[in-house]
Ligand binder design. Structure first.
Ligand code: SF4
Length: 684
């Protein structure tokens, strides 16, 4: 997302241009900066095993009914996870990974997947949870899951049995929270997932074209776990346990919940108006009411929040509705040993047997392997910046290999690993060689790859080759997410990706070619993309393979004019490319790009053109895809002939549209603005 104006062309922006670390007291010096005070390290930790708990035997599936609970041998549940997705017992599904993580730490967890919302019956099947309910809309923001870039209702939902839309409500976190309140009065409710995480402070809602308050005010939930949830959710369970909340319906004599949650990392909770984090350096965000009056402040707030997430050592606070939203310091990413433990849990790797129709998102998940979380890219339209963050949390090589081995033991194993990677495929084991807490940049990749960003691309290639050599593995592909500016830093790795691990086509994300647009996206310039294309063509020729690059392109990005789209169109025609997939920018909640869209300014505070109406947005789309009829992500017309390097999703509109959806699904977590409906590798 983008930034503010003159007054805020501020510290952040200038500092973002700096190369790497600056002294820690740099933040305090920015205090001329009205919204930042000094900083305190906010610590909390969770023991490997909470006191009084012992690891529970992992069930074949987490229970969804009273009969399931009884079958496992439990006499109730401690935590109920309510999710807007179907329940697939796979680490890419939040209910599965968080549920099994909690079970491994001694908590009995039940799942209410896509409960009916006209009655509390689905929530009550397993009885009242002893500790709390965790609520998520699912892998995507529920409004994004339901509506296209042109606000048309979608008919499908990749996370639902049978792939049909309609199994979750709009604004699912709010609806589900109300449902829990009715079913279990007094039970603490904690929100999580992308919808809650990205709506944790004041945000723009594209579907109503309005600014909305921090989600806690509208949902009346007790807290939000923002970012990846394992550590914070376990801490929350321990804290509720230790503060006497277990089995309590009358909590009047217990410490107020906000006092419990405000002591933990990675939490958002409402605190009294006079609350002030003692002796803390705090990111003091503009008040909701101030943003309502001055749109540029949304950009300021969003950029500050990005900083808070990246620095990872200070809370943020936003006055709203007569109280304040406290965002405690982000939870630490899981270390390698913790990541390995997490992914070694005995997932069934299939949908719950209660379902009679397949869940489409499962297809891709079952043949792909997640190696890491986080992305150093910091693209302004991407939800990753405020969710997974820019620090990379990786699994060990051994852990990844063990998962592949487990995949090959499945009866339906066909021999191909369709994808290995994370939000950016070539960032496995990458780390910052400086001190990220002092970093002033807004991206590790933009405007150029930071010298302190230490990628391990040779090790990643070695891992891919090892997997390819394993018994029962015939093919290993890296289908998407190769960050090409990073790949260009290692010719040997790029050669290997191209010659050995591209299955005919490789999807990369230039998004645009005009500098003014790319700069606001925080994407590399055209020379980097052209250098990548040249290398890809050279290596493909060397390999004797006919291979294609499939470029992700975006229209109607804030600051992008019709002329910019025509320039992009001319460049594509010069290369003989006829795009079939162009994503019309969707201003999803919480990103810098969305704040730019709302405020009509860029990060420098300069006014920008914004294609705002459907007519303006469609016009930009039509410049690249004249046949486009209005459905977001739709395919272009049929292509009888594909020229060299042309996207070659052959068959017609329906198939191409499905391909688009699959592509969307693959990277969804990280970039909800760009590819709204793709199942993501991992949700938090
Ligand atoms: S690698 Fe990333 S976090 Fe580290 S100094 Fe560079 S830009 Fe900052």
């Amino acid at each position: 997302m983008r930034l503010l104006l003159s007054d805020l062309r501020c510290q952040f922006n200038t500092l973002q241009q700096e190369s790497t670390a600056t002294p820690h007291n740099g933040l305090a010096q920015r205090q001329g900066a009205p919204y930042i005070r000094a900083m305190r390290i906010h610590t909390s930790s969770v023991p490997a095993m909470p006191a009084g708990r012992t690891p529970l035997e992992q069930p074949e599936f987490l229970p969804m009914t009273a009969a399931d609970v009884k079958h496992i041998g439990w006499d109730g549940i401690d935590i109920l996870l309510v999710t807007g997705d179907g329940y697939v017992d796979h680490p890419s599904f939040a209910a599965a990974i968080l549920g099994r993580w909690l079970v491994a730490h001694g908590y009995r967890v039940g799942v209410a997947a896509q409960p009916a919302w006209d009655s509390t019956a689905d929530l009550e099947k397993m009885g009242r949870p002893a500790l709390f309910a965790g609520v998520t809309a699912g892998a995507l923001d529920s409004m994004l899951a339901h509506y296209t870039a042109f606000r048309k209702k979608r008919s499908d939902d990749a996370y639902t049995p049978g792939g049909k839309a309609g199994a979750r409500p709009n604004r699912a976190t709010i609806v589900y929270t109300n449902l829990v309140r009715r079913a279990f009065p007094g039970l603490p409710v904690i929100l999580g997932g992308i919808e809650a995480s990205l709506r944790r402070i004041t945000h723009y809602d594209f579907w109503t074209d309005k600014l909305r308050r921090p989600l806690l005010l509208d949902s009346k939930a007790d807290a939000i776990i923002y970012g990846m949830g394992e550590r914070a959710m376990l801490e929350a369970a321990v804290a509720l346990d230790e503060n006497g909340y277990a089995h309590q319906q009358d909590t009047g004599a217990l410490p107020p919940l906000w006092t419990v949650f405000s002591a933990l990392r990675g939490m958002a909770c409402m605190v009294p108006a006079d609350y002030a984090p003692a002796e803390a350096d705090v990111f003091e965000l503009p008040a909701h009411e101030a943003i309502e009056k001055a749109p540029h402040l949304l950009l300021q707030a969003t950029v500050m929040l990005e900083k808070q997430v990246h620095a990872m050592n200070a809370p943020a606070i936003q006055p709203a509705g007569g109280r304040k939203v406290l965002l405690t310091a982000p939870a630490h990413p899981l270390g390698e040993e913790e990541m390995d433990r997490l992914y070694s849990l005995p997932f069934a790797r299939t949908a719950h047997p209660a379902y009679t129709s397949p869940i489409p998102a499962t297809d891709m998940m079952l043949t792909s392997v997640t190696t890491h979380r986080g992305c150093g890219g910091g693209c302004s339209f991407c939800s990753l910046a405020l969710h997974q963050g820019r620090r990379i949390a990786s699994r060990s090589r051994k852990s990844v290999i063990e998962e592949v081995r487990a995949m090959t033991r499945r009866a339906d194993w066909k021999g191909t690993i369709s994808d290995v990677g994370g939000p950016s495929a070539n960032m496995w084991q990458a780390a910052c060689a400086a001190d990220p807490a002092r970093c002033r940049r807004e991206s590790c990749m933009h405007p150029s790859v930071c010298k302190a960003f230490k990628a391990q691309q040779p090790a990643a290639i070695d891992l891919l080759r090892t997997i390819r050599g394993m018994d029962k593995v015939r093919h290993v592909r890296v289908a998407s997410g190769v960050r090409y500016d990073l790949a260009l830093k290692d010719d040997t790795a790029l050669r290997a990706y191209t010659m050995e691990f591209t299955g005919g086509q490789l999807k990369v994300a230039p998004e645009h070619i005009c500098d003014n647009v790319l700069e606001r996206m925080r994407k590399p310039g055209l020379p980097a993309f052209e250098a990548f294309l040249e290398a890809f063509e050279t290596f493909s020729r060397e390999a004797g393979k006919e291979q294609y690059v499939i470029p992700y392109l975006m229209s109607a990005f804030p600051g992008c004019t019709d002329d910019d789209m025509r320039t992009l169109g001319r460049w594509l025609r010069q290369r003989g490319w006829q795009p079939q997939q162009v994503q019309c920018f969707i201003p999803t909640p919480g990103t810098v790009a969305t704040a730019m869209y709302y405020a009509g300014i860029d990060l420098q505070g300069d006014p920008i053109y914004v294609a705002r109406t459907d007519a303006e947005r469609l016009r930009q789309h039509h410049i690249l895809i004249p046949s486009h009829g209005g459905a977001q992500g739709a395919a272009g017309k049929k292509h009888g002939q594909q020229r060299k390097n042309a996207p070659r999703h052959a068959a017609g509109k329906q198939q191409a549209a499905q391909q688009t959806r699959r592509d969307d699904d693959r990277r969804s977590r990280g970039r909800s603005s760009a590819r709204p409906s793709r199942p993501q590798r991992r949700r938090g």
